[in-house]
Design a protein around this ligand. Structure first.
Ligand SMILES: [Zn+2]
Length: 317
């Protein structure tokens, strides 16, 4: 019995059809919580006299200061249950939250950047982020199913060099768009990026034209492209594929712009309105079409895809 703790689904499956030793009247549907390890008092920060809170159990919301139980936060797709603050989420977590189980067929997972300009410490930064994210570069692409729709999905990883777009990000997205065009599928790209990757110089900038060109061919076939802006989206990414969606959606509180506020203020010498680069401000000013909470994203995407595909089905029948 003890070996089954923590893997309740396996336990339930294994007990089917075999002799049941003891009736499991209420099989636990959630992972059985293990007792937290006893915090080592005074080991991490000996100078702090505050009550020790074991790390990795609670997270403080930066917006409303509520302490949230990590398990609760994970179950809520990393959205604060009190104030709806959207915490950053990894590309893998996001894919998991959107696509139907076991339908994601990843493309070009092993493609990785070359330090062609011999840019100082680029190699070591790539290595550091490969280890931290277990990805080869800042985007994950693949074909998958969302609801009943087969789509091409690209998700950027902000944790990999700020989600910056170098030659690999551009190439992977272009291949995704081209494959989707070939197969007649909608494309969804979820961006989180500081912009073009300076360590690859002009090679990064060329990705803007390449991805936009691929999207133009995709659009010629009248296939839907949905761009979703999350966390923060700036520079060359915002100036190319992220702003080319037939529908441009954003998560609440996402920061969206070309240059950062400090650069704009210094350049224009003008006073900027408060919150002018937030998704909420840009919705009011027409740059984006809707703000959708992460918790409703999947449902909404299915509704949009139903709507955008319905014209095609009507024409075919
Ligand atoms: Zn909060």
């Amino acid at each position: 019995m003890s070996m089954n703790i923590g893997t309740t689904t396996v336990f339930a499956k294994k007990s089917l059809g075999v002799e049941i030793i003891e009736p499991a009247l209420t099989p636990p549907t959630h992972k059985i919580p293990t007792l937290p390890a006893k915090p080592k008092l005074g080991s991490s920060k000996p100078k702090s006299k505050r009550r020790d809170i074991p790390e990795g159990l609670w997270t403080k919301c930066p917006k409303c200061n509520t302490m949230i139980f990590d398990k609760e936060l994970d179950e809520n797709l990393k959205v604060c249950p009190k104030c709806n603050h959207h915490f950053p989420i990894t590309a893998r977590e996001r894919i998991h939250s959107l696509v139907e189980t076991c339908t994601f067929e990843e493309m070009d997972a092993d493609m990785s950047s070359v330090d062609i300009l011999k840019f100082a410490s680029y190699e070591s930064k790539l290595e550091r982020d490969r280890k931290a994210t277990l990805l080869k570069d800042a985007v994950v692409t693949g074909l998958c199913k969302i609801g009943a729709h087969r789509v091409g999905l690209g998700v950027m990883e902000f944790g990999f060099m700020g989600g910056s777009m170098g030659s690999v990000v551009g190439e992977k997205l272009t291949r995704l768009i081209e494959r989707s065009t070939e197969k007649g599928l909608p494309v969804i790209i979820i961006s989180a990026s500081g912009g073009a990757r300076m360590q690859e110089g002009a090679f990064s900038l060329m990705q803007m034209a390449k991805t936009s060109g691929a999207l133009a061919y995709h659009a010629q076939r009248r296939l839907p492209y949905l761009s979703i802006l999350t966390q923060s989206d700036y520079g060359g990414v915002m100036a190319s594929y992220a702003s080319l969606g037939d529908l441009i959606l954003a998560e609440p509180g996402a920061l969206i712009g070309f240059a950062g506020p400090r650069v704009i203020k210094d350049t224009t010498q003008a006073e900027l309105p408060p919150g002018f680069q937030t998704a909420e401000f840009l919705l009011d000013h027409g740059l984006i079409d809707a703000i959708i909470s992460r918790r409703e994203m999947k449902e909404q995407l299915i509704t949009y895809l139903d709507f955008m595909g319905s014209g095609k089905k009507a024409a075919a029948s």
